[in-house]
Design a protein. Structure first.
Length: 254
């Protein structure tokens, strides 16, 4: 019912030439894998070139951030109007944006509303710190981030949520499939309560944090996990293709 989704978050990696090469290396094989939505999120400056490379394929693009206004005196920012011709998705509220660029829930909430209004599908990232996790505050943190991120937003299946525990990002120490599924089903029941059952069933919720070709299966077999937001491994052609292929096969087998 929910189409699985694998998104590659390239973060601040790849110059234009490297980005084009990476896409050329994985394009044909990724394109040939059905039953899973494949989204690449390269740096802003590569979006236009990659948009041309993926034309006519089943691969889609996402941005890693955007500002919540259409245009104006906002030096250094990128607007949804600039992205809409190039991308389908936009990652919002990634923990690195929250941590290093002082993004707070209210800003993220504005961006979510603006993305949806502009026709971009937001990938809202939420996740608890190691300290919160160890203190048993995971549920409380996730609940507050989801509620704040979605405040005033009308129910929509265009939304994607990525549960990314901060302690699992880039550390090689992924959550277990069971841990991730427990938090993701909590998020789904929150959506059912604040929105409605039907939309909650339709929204894709991903796991993110040290996902590789070696552990993707553990997440994909879980009933509430609809795919992954992949950082480091999305820069490695073979690993990323393997993640997408296993996702297609395992979800199709269910
Ligand atoms: P990682 O990053 O796969 O390198 O842990 C995931 C993310 O930050 O989206």
């Amino acid at each position: 019912m929910r189409k699985p989704l694998i998104a590659g978050n390239w973060k601040m990696n790849t110059k234009l030439e490297e980005a084009e090469r990476l896409v050329r290396d994985m394009l044909a094989e990724l394109d040939s894998i059905g039953n899973v939505e494949k989204v690449l999120c390269p740096p802003f400056i590569s979006l236009a070139a990659i948009n041309k490379l993926i034309k006519g394929t089943s691969i889609e693009l996402g941005a890693q951030n955007m500002y919540s206004e259409d245009k104006g005196a906002y030096t250094g920012e990128i607007s949804p109007l600039m992205l809409i011709d190039l991308c389908d998705f936009v990652i919002l509220g990634h923990s690195e944006r929250r941590q290093y660029f002082a993004e707070i829930d209210e800003m993220i909430n504005k961006k979510i509303g603006k993305a949806l209004e502009s026709g971009l599908k937001p990938i809202l990232c939420v996740g608890e710190s190691l300290e919160d996790n160890e203190a048993g505050r995971t549920e409380e943190k996730i609940t507050s981030q989801v509620n704040a991120g979605l405040a005033g937003i009308s129910p929509t299946s265009q939304l994607v949520i990525a549960y990314e525990p901060i302690w699992a990002i880039g550390t090689g120490k992924a959550a277990t499939g069971k841990q991730a599924n427990a938090t993701i089903s909590l998020i789904r029941s929150m959506l059912a309560n604040t929105w409605n059952q039907e939309t909650a069933k339709a929204v894709r919720i991903l796991y993110g944090g040290s996902v590789t070709g070696s552990n993707i299966a553990e997440f994909i077999v879980e009933p509430d996990i609809d795919g992954a937001l992949v950082g480091g491994a999305s820069l490695k052609t073979d690993d990323f293709i393997s993640i997408v292929r296993q996702t297609a096969n395992l979800k199709a087998a269910r």
